[in-house]
Design a protein around this ligand. Structure first.
Ligand SMILES: [Zn+2]
Length: 158
């Protein structure tokens, strides 16, 4: 499933003239979008289950022409990536099978919990469920700590 997802994302990047490169990044950095070079760099140590969400996330930065990494830009990129990768039917089926825990749903969908949480957030924001949850806080803390945040924008201009 992820081979297919990755191939679709790679095609999408190619169609938009966005190049993908495999590079050595620090372990906590999974990928980055270099806006000036129209280039997505992916950490060569990642496995496919990690690569797919990261590539979708970096592609979302391209789509939104994000020039700097803010909490809002990161959330938007994760939510966009989640919508690219998970349909409402996929999510509903996975939750029926394994219950509501994000890690279990992520395993069922062969994706990461970060993507599952982002999917829930955008689903709630679309008015299907009320109120902020602990998931949002968890993601913010994750981003603030810098780990599991598979991206850093390298050309923010220093
Ligand atoms: Zn990002």
């Amino acid at each position: 499933m992820n081979e297919e997802r990755f191939a679709r994302l790679a095609d999408l990047c190619a169609a938009q003239g966005v190049r993908i490169a495999w590079v050595d990044l620090s372990p906590q950095r999974h990928g980055q979008y270099k806006r000036r070079d129209r280039l997505i760099e992916l950490n060569r140590t990642l496995v496919l289950r990690q690569l797919v969400p990261v590539l979708a996330h970096e592609y979302a930065h391209f789509v939104h022409d994000d020039a700097c990494s803010t909490i809002a830009a990161e959330r938007r990129a994760w939510e966009y990536a989640a919508r690219m990768l998970i349909t409402p039917a996929d999510y509903a089926r996975a939750e029926r099978v394994v219950g509501p825990h994000p890690n279990a749903i992520a395993a069922e969908l062969d994706l990461t919990a970060v993507i599952v949480r982002a999917w829930r957030r955008q689903h709630r924001a679309a008015g299907h469920e009320k109120g902020p949850g602990l998931d949002d806080l968890a993601l913010l803390l994750t981003c603030a700590r810098g780990d599991l945040n598979p991206h850093a924008l390298s050309d923010t201009g220093t």
